[in-house]
Design a protein around this ligand. Sequence first.
Ligand SMILES: [Zn+2]
Length: 238
Amino acid sequence: MVLYSHEIGKGFTSLQTFSSVLGISGISQRAFKDHDNKITDCEVESGEDMLYRTANAIRQAYAETDDDIREAIERGENPMIDISVSFDGTWQKRGFTSLYGVGVCIDLLTGLVVDFDIRSKYCHACHIQKAESMNATDLAVWKEQHDCCTNHHKSSKSTEQDSAVILWNRSVAKYNFRYVEMLSDGDSSAFKAVLESKPYADKAVTKLDCINHAHKRMGTALRKLAKESHLGAEELAG
Ligand SMILES: [Zn+2]
């Protein structure tokens, strides 16, 4: 029952209502929280395991294209591999008012997700504690023990560049990969943030432009030109 609530994004109160509609006894809030935490831990563990298996598949794919990498792997080493990735960020909702943002890196050779980062401006437990109007001392004690979900305190728009900096700066420690080429959309703020963070001291990161976005920008420029030509052909001719 807790898994069901977790999967559809509902909390303890919803489960209580659902249980009473079915005429069955519910569980205590404490038990709900314990089970919910265990489910979250399992999901995180399973996600990380999947990422490491994906990284191995990417390593093998690069070994097939590069003898040095293949030979190093055959010797039982874990060689540093320079890979090209596409990076993009997305939000829970549009308009930069979202409380959650996700940044994702996809390996261009295999099309597999290499890594992702979730930025959250909201923590439900903190929200509940504030609503219960705890006094300052109790709240401070509670916060000491609390594993907070909030990891982003700046604007929603900045989640994308913050995620990029985090992903680039952990790629070596996590996989021994360097993301040396970044394919991303026209907004280069994430790329600039990565450059400023200098993730690979002696190795540059370069930006590739997505052909779709290049098309889009070209289309916008041509439509603008066509409109201006129609309204003022003489000025353009001059
Ligand atoms: Zn919190």
